[in-house]
Design a protein around this ligand. Structure first.
Ligand SMILES: Cc1ncc(COP(=O)(O)O)c(C=O)c1O
Length: 491
């Protein structure tokens, strides 16, 4: 793997005894500083902030005003959030899975400051700059071998839109213009703009609103879960192959972990077999690694574990270490060459105003440099082990359907949708910030978490699960259906 050869010597004390958990070894250049008093706003201004927010600002997947007041965050450093009243909590979500190096990692803060002093933004049409080129060089060095081209976009959803266009233009370029539909499997999530929504799980509740409006894509059943037998995988891939008809342009999927569509895990063997089946039938493979990319499942990219190179790879979220929005779409030269033919359109037809924003690229380059040190590799194993040990016994609770862990992702699936407010409050009583959705209470901690902080996260998740379980029991005792206030979206 090319990324392995890139890894540099970890900037930590090599004399650390082997008995120490990797989570308790130093992280390169990482400093957890408490919020300074200046960053803590007084409660009166916080109340005004919430009032204005509720009156005028939409939050994700929420009515306006929202049913519950949002908490006001005044600072975030390392794993910790500071609220306006001066209280703190661990960000067990890595702020929707992006703050992998923790908040305000000094290397990223320094990169942003340096870039601000020279060039914050410039159009990318006809112009280029060092941050974009530096980042592209770094991305191609750590990505699965064979990806040679980079398109910078603004967010994960836009990256998926661009990947979709790339696949369609490619098929036109190779004389297969009738290939117009996407193939995917149920249980996925790829974003909120139109093309991504059309390949999100059709029954999952999040996009049912748009049935009849979205383009109709081809859906395979939910992939067989992690640990499935070879025979089960072979049966699934055989059925999938039958659905790979000659109107299918591309197969889009999240390798190893289906995130916001249900936090389900599947095997690398399945990914390998699906990629082979697609390639045998002229179908473009789009790996959406916006959530799984950059170490979350234990390898740099989930595709690495399956030893496959997709034709198109989408990354986002942790790309900038969560500091600002940026995504990238990587593609093979074969894809680019077909797009550049007259039949393919002659050019990739996309070009957002803030494409390759220098500030974001510079921060992302610093973030990819941190990933390239490999500092996170032993940490992911240690996080996985501690999460397994800390969550396993929850499976015995009547209200718990499943407990599963994959890399730095720990999930407790309840039997019923959970009440978001009750479970969040329970976790906050342990100073832990989580955002349960549907039946799922889960954590995706920053990779810089210490073992003590992770123990605290586990206490928070446990408190949330027990609160959900008790709530469910009470509802059953009352003989009524529990009021279903559980969010069915990824929030
Ligand atoms: C796998 C996957 N793809 C795409 C997206 C959309 O990314 P964004 O929210 O940046 O638009 C997400 C976001 O959660 C995701 O998990």
């Amino acid at each position: 793997m090319r990324c392995a050869t890139l890894e540099r010597t970890l900037m930590c004390d090599s004399s650390v005894g082997s008995a120490l958990s990797p989570l308790d070894t130093p992280v390169p250049l990482h400093g957890i500083k408490p919020a300074s008093p200046r960053e803590i706003r007084d409660e009166i201004s916080a109340a005004a902030t919430v009032a204005f927010d509720q009156a005028h600002i939409w939050h994700p997947y929420a009515p306006s005003p929202a049913a519950v007041d949002p908490l006001v965050v005044t600072a975030a450093t390392g794993c910790w959030l500071t609220f306006a009243d001066g209280s703190t909590a661990i960000d067990a979500m890595s702020s929707w899975w992006c703050a992998a190096h923790g908040h305000r990692h000094p290397a990223l803060v320094e990169a942003a400051h340096q870039q601000l002093d020279s060039l914050s933004h410039v159009m990318f049409g006809g112009l280029t700059h060092h941050p974009a080129v530096d980042l592209a060089e770094r991305l191609l060095a750590v990505a699965p071998a064979g990806l040679e081209k980079v398109f910078f976009a603004d967010s994960g959803s836009v990256a998926v839109e661009v990947a979709h266009k790339m696949a369609l233009q490619y098929q036109r370029g190779v004389g297969a213009a009738k290939r117009k539909r996407l193939l995917t499997w149920r249980g996925g999530y790829h974003g909120d703009t139109v093309a991504p929504m059309s390949v999100c799980d059709p029954e999952g509740g999040m996009h049912t609103l748009w049935r009849g409006v979205l383009p109709e894509q081809e859906f395979l059943p939910i992939p067989p879960p992690q640990g499935s037998s070879d025979a089960t995988i072979a049966t699934y891939v055989a059925a999938a192959s039958a659905a790979m008809t000659d109107d299918i342009a591309a197969f889009i999927f999240e390798p190893l972990v289906q995130g916001a569509g249900g936090m389900r895990f599947h095997d690398a063997r399945l990914v390998t077999a699906m990629v082979q089946a697609c390639h045998a039938r002229g179908i473009v493979v789009i790996a959406d690694e916006i959530a799984t990319g950059f170490g979350r499942t234990g390898s740099m990219f989930a595709c690495d574990a399956a030893q496959v190179t997709p034709d198109i790879l989408c990354v986002g979220k942790a790309l900038t270490g969560g500091m600002m929005t940026l995504s990238a779409v990587l593609a093979t030269s074969k894809i680019a060459a077909a797009i550049d033919t007259p039949a393919g359109g002659g050019a990739l037809m996309h070009g957002p105003t803030f494409m390759a924003n220098p500030l974001a690229c510079r921060v992302a380059a610093a973030s990819v440099d941190l990933f390239a040190t490999g500092y996170w590799r032993p940490r992911i194993g240690a996080i996985e082990q501690q999460l397994r040990e800390g969550l396993a016994d929850l499976a015995a609770l009547a209200g718990v359907a499943d407990v599963r862990v994959c890399g730095a992702i720990g999930v407790v699936e309840m039997r019923q949708p959970v009440d978001q407010q009750i479970t969040q409050q329970a976790a906050l009583s342990e100073q832990v910030w989580v955002r349960p959705f549907g039946k799922l209470i889960y954590t995706m901690p920053p990779f810089v978490v210490t073992s003590d902080e992770l123990a605290q996260i586990i206490r928070g998740v446990r408190a949330a699960v027990i609160a959900a379980d008790n709530h469910e029991k009470k509802a059953l005792l009352a003989g009524a259906n529990a009021p279903n206030q559980g969010s069915r979206s990824r929030l």
